[in-house]
Ligand binder design. Structure first.
Ligand SMILES: C[S@@+](CC[C@H](N)C(=O)[O-])C[C@H]1O[C@@H](n2cnc3c(N)ncnc32)[C@H](O)[C@@H]1O
Length: 215
């Protein structure tokens, strides 16, 4: 957390100062949500929560503009982003609550149609990942989905420990193992159509999960 709280964090900072990457990333999130609606994987009139919302750029630039999303709660632990998130809330009428805490400490107060996180899971340990998945599974509405957009590596996982970030980038096999033990079924796992240029060691994945029928 120290890393995210240091300095003046802007939208540009969060996306490595690359406007091109940021726009590609946001358009692929938009495309994913529209595709899931077209495929009837998600419903109209969605209530959702975004974990690790950062400066709130995805909600501001994507979710706020998607008509089928009705309400959004945001969770972000870095106090450095608080003012920015509050500013965004003032001009975005779909945002209902901002929770300033880590995803692992969060206690759900209601169920959501979509539980979303992007570059979120790399910040939590394996133990926290498993307990988060179970908690999220139990707080989905009947047709609810969990959606993650994350960097993945090819084998096992690597710990990236630069500039105090201490992140875990996992392989898709490791993720699938945790999804299985958490009682979640993979609905879709794919690489975005407009492939975002990222570090060559990683692939960027979009993952859609639902509660296993018997979980
Ligand atoms: C690369 S930024 C991504 C922000 C946002 N998802 C986006 O794509 O613009 C990673 C975010 O994860 C947040 N974060 C770090 N540890 C976290 C945790 N344990 N729970 C929730 N969020 C966390 C950081 O504060 C930071 O805002």
């Amino acid at each position: 957390m120290k890393y995210w709280n240091k300095g003046d964090k802007t939208e540009e900072f969060v996306y490595n100062n690359s406007e091109v990457k940021r726009k590609l990333d946001e358009s692929s999130t938009r495309m994913l949500f529209k595709k899931l609606l077209r495929w009837d994987v998600i419903n109209d009139n969605i209530s959702m929560i975004e974990f690790a919302a950062g400066v709130g750029r995805i909600t501001k630039n994507v979710f706020q503009k998607l008509k089928f999303i009705k309400s959004i709660d945001l969770l972000e632990p870095a106090i450095a982003f608080k003012t920015k998130l509050e500013e965004i809330k003032k001009s975005n009428n779909k945002i209902e609550n901002i929770f300033m805490m880590t995803g692992e400490k969060f206690v759900f107060k209601k169920k959501y149609d979509i539980i979303f996180g992007q570059y979120f899971l790399e910040n939590i340990s394996d133990f926290e990942l498993l307990s988060f998945l179970i908690k999220a599974r139990d707080n989905l509405t009947p047709n609810g989905k969990i959606i993650f957009r994350e960097n993945v590596v090819q084998h096992m996982y690597i710990i990236r420990d630069t500039t105090q970030m201490h992140q875990r980038v996992r392989s898709i096999d490791i993720f699938n193992f945790f999804f299985k033990i958490a009682g979640l079924t993979v609905v879709n796992e794919s690489i975005p159509e407009n492939k975002i240029p990222i570090d060559t060691d990683y692939t960027f994945y979009e993952i859609v999960l639902k509660k296993e029928n018997f979980a």
